[in-house]
Design a protein around this ligand. Sequence first.
Ligand code: 9WN
Length: 415
Amino acid sequence: MLDQNWTGSSTKPSPRLYPHQWSWDSAFVAIGNRFDRLDRAIVELETLFTAQWSNGMIPHIVFDASVAGYHPSKEWWDSPSADAAPASVWTSGMCQPPVHALAVQRLAEVDPVRVDLARCVEHLEAWHDYLFERRVLSDGLVEIWHPWESGMDNSPLWDSALADLERTHVPDYQRVDTEHAGAEERPTESDYDGYAILVDQLRQGGYEPSSVDALGFRVHDVLFNACLAHAEMVLAQLLERLGEPASRHRERAQALVDAMERHLWDNERFWFFDRDAATGAVIPTPAATGAVALIAELSDDVFSRAVQTLGAEFLIERSDGATVLPTVAPSDPSFEPRRYWRGPAWINVTWLTALGLGARGEDELAASLRAGILELTDGAGMREYFDPHTGDGLGGDDFSWTAALVLDVLEDANL
Ligand code: 9WN
């Protein structure tokens, strides 16, 4: 399936629904391809790095010039109109969670010679610097400026910010996603209007807003910040391997974890919550972003309390010690088991959570999540997401990161 989704320079996340290159998808795909297709995994990351903006941002979509039929199209983003965009390729004008250092690390573990670590590290440093220098506007936390930047597009986490959006002018756009996946499993029309308005605003500012007033959406997202804290530690290790100074990355990682624990941790509900960066209001939805927070080097007390909440409020037991992680706590009124990021289980979120658990000795829980990945995909195939209660496969077919991370889990289990 990954062979079939390979274009020669990157892997389509899903052949019909997502026919270009996506940023965090490529990192997960490279992780899965590293065992039997290392060359391809290397090229996948190189293609993405070639599209990096001069300000360091790694764009969330890199367009395949030979493919039409995805909305929003490359013309809609109009990246050539932005000063920092690359000249060689059209891209979107926003980013996705920084999981690329992890991919580079995993590839280098397989073959430290074939992976050009020094070059990869240059790209990673510029990328992380962009996030710290341009996206930290208050309280030491990185902001996302569009729901798509979270990677969890229609999570209920964004409902209130989208509801507050000025909607006097909705740009013209044509949805194509519902031709390839059930409308009841995708974002609503109102969500899409919000996405379109926000892209319009960002494009008008060349994707480098001159002031926060130009931003209609600003969120301190737990998943994004946790991924960056983890990625900074990984980058420090990579630099040390190259014999280069790494302390500033360790310091930034620690400062980010401190800021997360200070501003996003709820010491009564024992969970991390996103926060509206414009108003400072906590977003009280219990989401799996808090589970991914376990990959950051949290303090012991916070880690162990979060693990308890994960077990008590989120995990759904399935057969043979396998558990499934829904994207929203099932007891929350916003939980919808079949709609995209509002409840279904996603393999990448589950895999990252298992990674965080395993790194701190929670082996049994990590193994149960990995077993859940195998059970879901064995039952329903390499789907985009899964109903966490029934295991039904939902959204796109032949979804690349699902297959890639299954390969990783199988390798881990030595099956
Ligand atoms: C918008 C490609 C991407 C993933 C995201 C997922 C979805 C796009 C869409 O697909 O987003 O970027 O059209 O819905 O939410 O996480 O990277 O697989």
